[in-house]
Design a protein around this ligand. Sequence first.
Ligand SMILES: [Fe+2]
Length: 240
Amino acid sequence: MRIAVISDVHGNRLALEAVEADIAMVGVDATINLGDLFAGPLDPIGAADLLIERDYPTVIGNHDRYIAHGLPQSKQPVDRFVTERLKPVHLEYLRSLPATRDIEGEVFLCHGTPASDEEPWLDGWWTGRTVTMPGEAEVTAKADGLEFPVLLCGHTHVSRIVRLRDGRLVVNPGSVGLQFNYGAPDARYAVLERHGGRWAASIRAVPYDFEAVAQQAIANGFPHWADVMRTGWPSAIGLF
Ligand SMILES: [Fe+2]
C-alpha cells in the first residue's frame, strides 16, 4: 500500500498541481491531506475548488478553523483576505472537516499534534522564528496512547521523519504551498509505503513555477510572501 501525504497547501494552486502530477507519476493508492488548505494570498479560490473536487481524506488546520468559524484570529490580514473571497460552499467544506481521523486503523492524521492544531510536534518552529528540535521525551509524549503504526502531522512546514523506539513512525511531510525549509522553494509532500507489515516514509521535493506564485502574492498586496516563495527561507517578519 502506498499513500501520498500532503499538508499546508495555503492557497497555492500551482504548487498543488505540481505535487499532484508528481503523485500521479509515483503512483499511489490514496492521497490524504493534513490541513491549512486555503489560507494564502495566492490563489485561494483555485486551491479551494481543486481540493473540494478531489475530496481527499482531510483534517482541519488552524487557519482553516479560524476562517471557517470566524474566530478573532481570522481578522489577521491573510486570513481576512481569504475569508472575504471564499464562497459559502468553501466555508461549508472547511466546517465539515474533523480535527483528527485515521485510515484503516493504520495511519493517524492531525494538523499540529493529536491534542492541538496550533502546537508543533517534531520541531519548535515558533520559537523566535528559528527551528529548534525538541527532545525525545517531548516528541514521544505527544504520541502517548495512539496505537497506530504511522502518526502524521503538519503545521510547521518543516519536513521530518521520526521513528519512535517502539517502531511507530511520526512524519511531517512539510508544506505543499509555503516553504520554510531553509533554502528550498520546491513543494514538499511525503510518500508512505507498507511492505510486509512495516511502514516506511520518504519526502519528495517538487520543483514548480514559484515565480508565478510570487507574482500572485505581489499582485494581491502581500509582497513579503514573494521572497519566501522564491527561496524557501523563512521571512524575518510574520507572514500572516
Ligand atoms: Fe497550520
